[in-house]
Design a protein around this ligand. Structure first.
Ligand code: NAD
Length: 369
């Protein structure tokens, strides 16, 4: 089960403004303190999506940058008020340990670098937010969890959709029984990859193809829309290996998950079509989102007896709060010594299923989980 209580959901949606302080004396003495984030990797997600969100945060601020491109780091630092002394590169990264402004390291690097930079951050005494997919193997996920535990630091995965009001409302509706007994899920995520040289198409950096990227959204949705853990998986891959984009990684992969209640989920991810859709079908109707997991503009509606109802009055907070909600959630967990709702264990659960999906596609058989 995804460990998400109603209180957590409300907090994630921005509905709870208070932080319960049960942590260390330093934090309790300074409850208004904003925790400092260092962003590692100033690519599209780190620089263009995450960094601009700190202005919307209650408990988090940007204090440091780690980049292989000094000119870019200097420019972004100047734009966001980060002192030059808090710019690091991949060689001197470990010296973040000496910077007390940095509480949290946010790893926004290619997938195969997540484990190394998470473990080094924990060893430097910092909490970690790590982008999805958590890593490229179960063993890497386990090593990351162990390193953070040993250092006494929190580890959270950048599963922003758990803070996205449309998806939170869809989960609430599913749990409320609005569509009766849950029967099946369809979850489809993909986009058209145009650049054959992209790191996402290199096995050594991405760990896999569309499954390691958009597939994580399909898999996550199957789990949070059912509220159950799958017991088996059956997968099938369709990739044109003559296409220069797909020499090393898969394009399209679909998989079916079976859940203990009898619910099934049909999931797909691809790098050759633009799709972003989640459907939960129940005995009395359906809950549907399209687009479902975009940065903004997601749409949710229910359908019953042929009647559609678009859900527009969502829980508190504008639709774009998912990023600030995610950043502040980890800060609040640190301040109140709670586990994040999307912890390292949650990333590990997904990676176990991802490995089983690849195995099922390879061996062409159902894999018990
Ligand atoms: P990107 O290519 O735009 O950025 C990657 C960054 O890593 C760049 O700054 C690049 O210079 C740096 N880097 C360091 N070593 C590298 C190497 N050997 N090869 C390539 N780049 C290297 O990628 P991105 O879209 O920012 O993705 C980064 C991470 O964020 C990925 O794990 C991705 O899955 C994740 N992501 C998550 C979301 C989300 O919605 N949660 C969205 C986009 C990306």
């Amino acid at each position: 089960m995804i460990d998400m209580t109603r209180r957590d959901v409300m907090a994630a949606a921005g509905g709870l403004a208070t932080v319960t302080l049960v942590g260390g004396a330093a934090h309790a003495a300074d409850p208004g303190r904003k925790l400092g984030y260092a962003i590692v990797g100033l690519g599209n997600y780190g620089a263009n999506v995450i960094i601009p969100q700190f202005k919307n945060c209650r408990n988090s601020r940007l204090v440091a940058l780690v980049s292989g491109d000094p000119a870019k780091a200097k420019r972004i630092a100047a734009e966001h008020g980060v002192p030059e002394r808090s710019i690091y590169n991949y060689q001197n990264y470990d010296s973040i340990r000496d910077n007390p402004d940095i509480d949290i390291v946010y790893v926004c690097l290619p997938n195969s670098m997540h484990a190394e930079y998470t473990i080094r951050a924990a060893k430097a005494g910092k909490h970690v937010m790590c982008e999805k997919p958590m890593a490229v193997s179960v063993s890497e996920c386990q090593a990351m969890i162990a390193a953070c535990k040993q250092a006494g630091k929190k580890l959270m995965i950048g599963y922003r959709v758990h803070f996205e009001p449309t998806n939170l409302e869809a989960i609430r509706l599913a749990e409320s029984g609005a569509i009766g007994k849950r029967r099946y899920v369809r979850s489809e995520h993909g986009f058209v990859q145009t650049n054959p040289e992209a790191w996402r198409l290199k096995k050594a950096l991405a760990g896999g193809g569309s499954l390691m990227d958009m597939g994580v959204y399909s898999l996550q949705a199957a789990r949070y829309m059912t509220g159950e853990e799958p017991v088996s998986v059956y997968a099938h891959e369709t990739t044109d290996r003559r296409d220069p984009r797909f020499r090393e990684v898969e394009d399209m992969i679909e998989w079916q998950l079976e859940f203990p209640s009898g619910v099934i989920a049909s999931c797909i991810s691809m790098y050759s079509a633009n799709q972003n859709h989640i459907l939960l079908m129940g005995e009395k109707g359906r809950i549907e989102m399209e687009p479902a997991t975009r940065y903004e503009g997601n749409h949710l509606w229910t359908g019953k007896d042929g009647r559609e109802q678009e859900i527009t009055s969502l829980p508190p907070g504008p639709r774009s709060t998912q990023f600030a909600g995610q950043l502040d959630h980890l800060s609040e967990c640190i301040l109140s010594n709670r586990e994040p709702i999307v912890s390292g264990e949650e990333g590990l659960r997904d990676m176990r299923i991802v490995e089983a999906i690849y195995r099922s596609a390879r061996e062409k058989r159902r894999i018990a989980l």
